[in-house]
Write a protein that binds this ligand. Structure first.
Ligand code: NAD
Ligand code: LMR
Length: 327
């Protein structure tokens, strides 16, 4: 058995975490040979509920669960941690866009970025789930100047998974047949689900569907899926969000499958002409615990316009939180 690693989860008594924590402890994220110590952060009024979650984790008798910390102090939660899943933030309600949460949530990520900078492992891998995820990741990253910015990522894997399923269902194929799906940009309604390089059972996806379906159904359905779930469930996606967080961290830590890539919100190095320093979703391959952006994809005018629109929204979000971004 390997030595335990520390995994911090914020918002640990919330609805996403109620799916997430049990799967991390079961080994779904880092492998069935990797013991974990869960370091769970909540706000003070939720500590009693968190105690209940910890009791349930105990009652699962997970062989890989090597310890638990429950705290309302970010300095304790991020101490020596190797992986951090920043979930704790307010979710949106009906009629809101995710960026409407910036005011409510942004400050959380500046405090947590500072705590990560001061206390976490220098090799920490951070995934931001709390919305608006890309800009919250940017805030955390900029408040952690001693950590490599590449170690801060935002979750667009849920969008990626949603897009794979929509395409598999449309073409009558299995989810396992859909490879090279791609979400560009922001986890918001401006995201661009791009299937120009996607394969379905080895065939180009664009040859299997028509442009009208792509533009008027597929793209809006993927862009609006979060809102559709809020309308149907009366609460935002939780189990599917937790699943996407598991997939994101698993692939980053353990590697992506051969001949495929995943969508991750990562620190832009200027690839594809995207503003350097934004946290923007790109096609990524992961190996040896690191990610790299897939280069050289052909971008047509349709794609270029959509990639720029979502970049513009991220620039506007960045400008709106300028006060929380130390230079
Ligand atoms: P929730 O309200 O059920 O849980 C959030 C938890 O965070 C609460 O228990 C709250 O007490 C806690 N919290 C608030 N401030 C905190 C802080 N400063 N430190 C630690 N904990 C804190 O919400 P949820 O449904 O679990 O969603 C959490 C976030 O994830 C929301 O912002 C939601 O919009 C977002 N989300 C993102 C994606 C994505 O794909 N990126 C998908 C689904 C949900
Ligand atoms: C989602 O995509 O389901 C989440 O980001 C929740 C939301 O606000 O849409």
């Amino acid at each position: 058995m390997k030595a335990p690693v520390r995994v911090t989860v914020t918002g640990a008594a919330g609805q996403i975490s109620y799916s997430l924590l049990f799967r991390i402890a079961a080994g779904d994220m880092l492998g069935k040979d990797q013991p974990v110590i869960l370091q769970m952060l909540e706000i003070t009024p939720a500590l009693e509920a968190l105690k209940g979650v910890a009791m349930e984790l105990d009652d699962c008798a997970f062989p890989l669960l090597a310890g638990m910390v429950c705290t309302d102090d970010a300095n304790v939660a991020f101490k020596d941690t190797d992986y951090a899943l920043l979930v704790g933030a307010r979710p949106r309600g009906p009629g809101m866009e995710r960026k409407d949460l910036l005011e409510a949530n942004a400050a959380i990520f500046s405090v947590q970025g500072k705590a990560i900078n001061a206390h976490a492992s220098r090799d920490i891998k951070v995934l931001v789930v709390g919305n608006p995820a890309n800009t919250n990741a940017l805030i955390a990253q900029r408040n952690a100047p001693d950590i490599n910015p590449r170690q801060f990522t935002a979750m667009t894997r849920l969008d990626h998974n949603r897009a794979q399923t929509q395409l598999a269902q449309k073409t009558g194929k299995s989810i396992n047949d859909v490879t090279k799906m791609l979400i560009w940009g922001n986890h918001s309604s401006t995201q661009y689900p791009d299937i120009h390089n996607t394969l379905v059972a080895g065939k180009p996806a664009m040859g299997l569907i028509d442009q009208a379906w792509y533009e008027s159904e597929f793209i809006p359905v993927v862009q609006q899926r979060g809102a559709a779930i809020i309308k149907a469930r009366g609460a935002s996606s939780a189990a599917s969000a937790a699943n996407a967080a598991i997939f994101h961290m698993r692939d980053w830590a353990l590697g992506t499958p051969a001949n495929d890539w995943v969508s991750m919100g990562v620190y832009s190095d200027g690839s594809y002409g995207i503003d350097k320093g934004l946290i923007y979703s790109f096609p990524c391959v992961c190996k040896n615990g690191d990610w790299e952006i897939v280069q050289g994809l052909a971008i047509n005018d349709f794609s270029q316009a959509k990639m720029k629109a979502t970049e513009k929204e991220l620039q506007e979000e960045r400008d709106a939180v300028k006060a929380l971004l130390p230079s």
